[in-house]
Design a protein around this ligand. Structure first.
Ligand SMILES: *[C@@H]1O[C@H](CO)[C@@H](O)[C@H](O)[C@H]1NC(C)=O
Ligand SMILES: *[C@@H]1O[C@H](CO)[C@@H](O)[C@H](O)[C@H]1NC(C)=O
Length: 428
């Protein structure tokens, strides 16, 4: 009796590592990315190799290197060494480059923030800064954060040298128009924190998008920074509702600086599980929002994070601990992405000789962007074997865990059902 059914439970370890950017792309996002800390990238090879792993991070953004104080510390003197670290890394690995940030009140040199300006002279300063910096990176940036944090914590317009000099919001369309002129290929973003709570600050940011649009200036996206708190992160549906207020205006959205910090350290183990749920809600909200293009974490490892230096006693906000071990939050993000990930149409070639009960050698190659999975495995076919396709979970799908009732067998092209935690086992 000839069996035409190739059992898909391939036994050899597959040459694939199921990781965040791969999963995000399979789930329909453009990228899962991270901020590149310029110091750590150049001094810590473990850090650098993780950040270069495009299966994990498909996008980078300079943590500091493109900010005003890095690029034009002295008026008219432009320095790109730090920003170029991220740009070069993105180019070398084919990662998406987010560029950050142009008009922002913080990390702004004193000559700007403390200067005495008229609308005309400050416009000239903005024009010079934006055209030089965007010009230097022209064609390389998927998106630029053109205006950062223009709204105060209370939901009023933030008093800055820009708002105060213009006596109002007139600087906003000016900035976006200058940015479009400097690099027409970059998506132009407004970027801010605490938009996630859908309160007064979110209302004001909606107003910002509308007023830029009403002025006839270009705005393509809104970045939700996502600096959030463990056990203080909104639900997935509330987060999606906030995102969708902006996509309803015709702009795309992204989480651009995601980290979810413990407000007190050391935190109990249960708080790390909660942190995982919070991360899953954020990533899930992006998945639930058409035109949410990606998620960027603001750092790779708890070893290097801006948080302890800014919020004393707080931290452990990222997906990898200080020893580069994946935390529960990593598993949660991986799981929520995997739950939405599908294998794109594959070109499949397989060959087998099967007759009776025998050992056959199966070589299967599935070509699917952005990863190529090649598996060679030894499969024993039994005369009585039957394969119910419905009982086979696909690559990256769930295959077990608390309360789970679906298929527990993995295939095709899948090595094993791997225990991620007690509630999620994944084909990978
Ligand atoms: C600033 O704007 C306010 C209204 O927003 C206006 O009442 C005031 O006269 C303006 N000040 C100057 C100096 O133009
Ligand atoms: C990292 O490893 C060291 C040495 O094994 C250990 O003492 C420390 O607790 C670890 N840190 C974390 C965050 O697990």
């Amino acid at each position: 009796m000839h069996s035409k059914t190739l059992l898909a439970s391939l036994l050899a370890p597959a040459a694939v590592s199921a990781v965040l950017n791969d999963l995000a792309v399979r789930a329909g996002l453009k990228y899962f990315g991270a901020a590149l800390g310029e110091g750590a990238f150049q001094s810590d090879s473990t850090y650098a190799s993780l950040l270069r792993d495009t299966a994990e991070f498909g996008q980078v953004v300079p943590e500091n290197g493109m900010k005003w104080e890095s690029t034009e510390r002295t008026q008219g003197v432009f320095t790109y060494g730090s920003g170029d670290v991220s740009a070069k890394q993105a180019q070398q690995s084919g990662q998406v480059l987010r560029c950050h940030a142009l008009v922002w009140h913080s990390q702004l040199p004193n000559w700007v923030s403390g200067g005495t300006w008229t609308v005309e002279t400050l416009t000239a300063v903005m024009e010079s800064h934006i055209s030089n910096v965007m010009g230097h990176y022209k064609g390389q940036c998927y998106a630029w954060d053109v205006v950062n944090e223009a709204v105060g914590d209370d939901g009023n317009w933030r008093s800055t040298v820009f708002l105060d000099t213009f006596n109002g919001t007139g600087y906003l369309p000016v900035a976006f128009n200058l940015a479009r002129a400097a690099d027409p290929s970059a998506k132009l973003y407004y970027n801010d924190y605490n938009l996630e709570y859908n309160g007064d600050k979110t209302d004001r940011a909606v107003e910002l998008v509308k007023l830029v649009q009403a002025a006839g200036a270009p705005i393509d996206g809104v970045g939700f920074q996502g600096h959030l708190l463990v056990a203080g992160t909104p639900s997935r549906s509330n987060l999606a509702a906030a995102l969708q207020r902006f996509t309803a205006l015709g702009v795309e959205v992204a989480f651009t600086e995601l980290d979810i910090r413990h407000t007190s350290l050391p935190a109990p183990a249960s708080a790390y599980a909660t942190q995982g749920d919070d991360y899953a809600n954020v990533v899930g909200a992006c998945l639930d929002t058409p035109n949410c293009v990606g998620v960027t974490v603001w750092g790779v490892t708890d070893k290097y994070s801006w948080i302890p230096g800014t919020f004393e006693g707080q931290g452990d906000a990222l997906l990898y601990d200080a020893n580069f071990t994946r935390k529960a939050a990593w598993t949660s993000v991986s799981s929520v992405l995997a739950a939405s990930a599908t294998l794109p149409p594959t070109s499949t070639s397989s060959s087998a000789q099967a007759c009776g009960s025998s050992t056959v050698y199966v070589t299967a190659t599935a070509t699917a962007q952005p990863v190529t999975v090649t598996v060679t495995a030894t499969v024993t076919l039994s005369q009585t074997a039957t394969t119910d396709p419905a009982a086979i979970q696909t690559l990256y799908g769930q295959c077990g865990g608390r309360g789970y009732t679906g298929p527990s067998q993995c295939g095709p092209y899948t090595a094993a059902c791997k225990v991620q935690n007690d509630w999620y086992h994944q084909c990978m």
